[in-house]
Ligand binder design. Sequence first.
Ligand SMILES: Cc1cc2nc3c(=O)[nH]c(=O)nc-3n(C[C@H](O)[C@H](O)[C@H](O)COP(=O)(O)OP(=O)(O)OC[C@H]3O[C@@H](n4cnc5c(N)ncnc54)[C@H](O)[C@@H]3O)c2cc1C
Length: 501
Amino acid sequence: MKRILIMMMVAMTTVSSKQLSKRATEERKVVIVGAGIAGIAAAKTLHENGVEDFVILEGSDRIGGRMRQVEFGGVKVELGANWVQGLRNNPIWELAQKYNISGKISDYDDVIIRNKTGNDVTDQAEEAWERLETAQEYLETWREQIREDKLPDVSLRVALKLGGWQPKTPLEKVVEYFDYEFEYADATEVTSLNNTGMNNEDFDEEEYFVTDQRGFGHIVDSLADEFLSPNEARRRLQLNKVVKTVNRTDTGVTFTTTDGSTYRGEYGLMTVSIGVLESDVIDFTPDLPAWKVEEIYQFRMGLYCKIFLKFPYKFWNDNEYILYAGSVWPRYAIWQNLEVPGIFPNGTNILLVTAIASEVPRIELQSDETTQQEVMAVLRNMYGNNIPEPESILVPRWLTNPLFFGAYSNWPVHVNTRDFEKLSAPVGRLYFGGEATHPRYNGYVQGGYLSGIDQANAILNCLQKGICKSYQSAVNQGTSAAPVFVVLLLPMTAAMFLVRG
Ligand SMILES: Cc1cc2nc3c(=O)[nH]c(=O)nc-3n(C[C@H](O)[C@H](O)[C@H](O)COP(=O)(O)OP(=O)(O)OC[C@H]3O[C@@H](n4cnc5c(N)ncnc54)[C@H](O)[C@@H]3O)c2cc1C
């Protein structure tokens, strides 16, 4: 009797825990991870095509991801994306205009260079700019040849060296830094020649520095407002849900978050950064296939840290950009005067200095006080000992934030279009988007936005027409060998679209 009672109790417990877990699992057509511009653009595309049964799981308490504004020194400043990069035909520029985002076209010619003793050496840099320009022309010709003749890729450093540019002095180094590292957030030694420059080619070189006090992220908020009404927002946008595990089956994908909630979608879409994917903080069951993991590990996160300083008064030059050709290279080399007309009002007294690549880990790990001392040492070199201490300092930490693990993806040498196809290809019903997966504009806001739309369309094709993307056929062709890839590209691309029964 006792035994029967125990068995009944066990059975009841099993039933109730099963019921409990069933109750806790939310079932949706599509589950999207990440409410940055990619996740929001994907959700909006689903909505516009009649799929309303989706949920967005966002690990933080807000939408916008790497488009983030905070209050500092009496104004709001952008911790992440700040420029609309390229205006002609750029969809982000179109959105910026649609939502009246205020800002200023950056004037990169309005620049002064100071050396380690504070002397203005801008004129001396003329000859260096000219030589760099010549090397750039060489670099661009070579890039065209690589693309046309399918030649092997090289790094920007190699191309610049062969073009006759090999920076040795602090002045030469800062000139190059301003043109390259400041853009790619990574060293020229590791950045691809073949794959850089596409953004400028497609959208021109003009860049719009957003100063809108609603934030660059107002674009993401406005896109979300078009399909998430405040009443239903909580149902379809779930904040503070950090995805920990992703389980795939033939019929769907189940996501578990750190608070124990479970969501199952017939389809899943990951839009987290490549930094998050390569950090292994999310467990995939079964493991992601080798061809996908290989691609995830191939890509790099560029590191970019915008340090804001609020002073009691302005003591620096009126130029928009102030470059420091210092002796400890490349410490605190690029400064922005945020009081030039069109940015913040006079009396705001805020300077922005950007640290890039190898500088960032040290800065993120040390205290803000130490960073302030380092920064002030450089400013004293440039402007003398009588300058005031800052009233406050703001040091964003993108690298050590487990929701990002870096600033934006940089395209390393040898990664080709095929690698992007694999990076963005679905694994069963699990799709992959986010800026890093866009083959032309990775690293930029437009890359995130367009990747979200592309991946949502791929899901829609599968869900509504039964035309489902698969990378298996391409994987069978092998992984590298760019010239072979060119021949195989068309049949491979055609084979990527398999009709699912
Ligand atoms: C410092 C900096 C400067 C930049 N400057 C520019 C610029 O000037 N111009 C430009 O065009 N681009 C710039 N970028 C790049 C641009 O911000 C990004 O390319 C773009 O915002 C990426 O959008 P996304 O939706 O792909 O990714 P994200 O914005 O990273 O969105 C992904 C979302 O996923 C969430 N997430 C992560 N892990 C989990 C998890 N486990 N569970 C649930 N949610 C999770 C994150 O919180 C995030 O909200 C900059 C970026 C940085 C950091």
